[in-house]
Design a protein around this ligand. Structure first.
Ligand code: XMP
Length: 323
């Protein structure tokens, strides 16, 4: 696609002009925007870029590996991985309020990122002066169009860094819409699983467990979620839904008969939605056969899940996520 080739080339030139021979860091989240932004900057300035991936332990099955293996294989980027799972899970222990979960995750993220950034800054001969942000055009418009550090998205908001660790922003996707970012990602040779990933909240699975977050609960949700995603994509419907949250009602129990016995586990909620921009959404009318397959597989394969229900609330009045 010629347009995308031109956009890629122009953006790469612009990044080179901005950065010169100085160094850059980029926080990867596992999502499309930071991946495409990182890949573009890598093309522009190569080894001057170091990407940081803070694994908070709240991603879905296979997603950390996608960043650590597939993204690195596709781009050749220098990647600094921090496995901060223990730290995030201890900080979240016993916390049930959604906004408390968000605040804790945001705070821990900044702290972990700060330590990683200091290590990278400290080990480099050239100063690290730039930070990549995957800001898109709609984010710019929504926040009033200013440049600088104001318009950074909620959880991956690394604008909360201390004063002695300030960076200028590199925002190579500032003029683009999501579909253009995806086309660019394909153009740059990124894996389809990353380019076509549905939007996913920064706080991850923590806000899809209704109740306190624990390792066991995360494992249950990850298994159920992986089945739902697998069946959606087998049915060829990934690109027809905007997002497909799977939610674990960890504090609700429900009786089931599984195998030869009575069980007393938890329900999961399927929340497939269609949307243009996440501001409004409708529940996706997935074919019954697909829903049936997902339900049968989850209740057979995931011990502890006795029941699968489908959320048929539009937004408004419901939100996409349950928390
Ligand atoms: P709601 O649930 O408000 O979600 O309809 C709208 C969109 O935002 C995502 N979302 C978040 N993204 N941090 C994020 O980065 C968050 O705390 C957060 N909460 C919701 C949600 O997945 C949907 O795309």
């Amino acid at each position: 696609n010629w347009t995308m080739v031109n956009i890629a080339e122009e953006t790469i030139d612009a990044v080179r002009a901005q950065v010169g021979d100085r160094r850059v860091i980029c926080a990867l989240s596992g999502g499309v925007d930071s991946a495409v932004a990182g890949a573009l900057v890598q093309r522009a300035v190569g080894d001057q870029l170091t990407c940081v991936f803070v694994d908070h332990g709240l991603l879905r099955k296979g997603e950390a590996e996608q960043v650590e293996k597939d993204f690195v294989a596709a781009t050749g980027v220098n990647l600094h991985v921090v496995d901060a799972t223990d730290r995030f899970l201890s900080a979240l222990e016993g916390v049930t309020d959604p906004e408390d979960k968000r605040k804790i995750i945001g705070r821990e993220f900044i702290r972990v990122f700060e330590v990683a950034a200091r290590e990278i800054v400290g080990e480099s001969a050239e100063p690290v002066e730039f930070l990549v942000q995957g800001t898109l055009y709609p984010d710019v418009v929504e926040s009033g169009g200013g440049t600088g550090t104001a318009n950074i998205k909620s959880h991956h908001n690394v604008g909360g860094l201390p004063d002695d660790l300030r960076f200028q922003l590199v925002e190579p996707l500032r003029t683009l819409f999501k579909d253009e970012v995806r086309a660019l990602g394909e153009q740059l040779g990124l894996p389809a699983e990353i380019v076509w990933r549905h939007p996913f909240p920064g706080p991850g699975l923590a806000i899809r467990i209704i109740g306190a977050v624990s390792r066991d609960r995360l494992d249950v949700l990850r298994d159920a979620d992986a089945i739902a995603r697998e069946e959606l994509s087998r049915a060829g419907l990934d690109r027809d839904v905007w997002q497909f949250p799977v939610v674990l009602l960890a504090d609700v129990r429900s009786v089931g008969v599984q195998g030869d016995g009575r069980t007393y586990g938890h329900p999961v909620v399927l929340r497939p939605v269609t949307s243009e921009d996440a501001m409004t959404a409708d529940w996706a009318r997935l074919p019954f056969e697909v829903l049936q397959k997902i339900s049968t597989r989850i209740t057979n394969e995931v011990a502890d899940v006795t029941r699968v229900v489908v959320d048929i609330t539009s937004k408004p009045p419901g939100t996409i996520e349950w928390e």
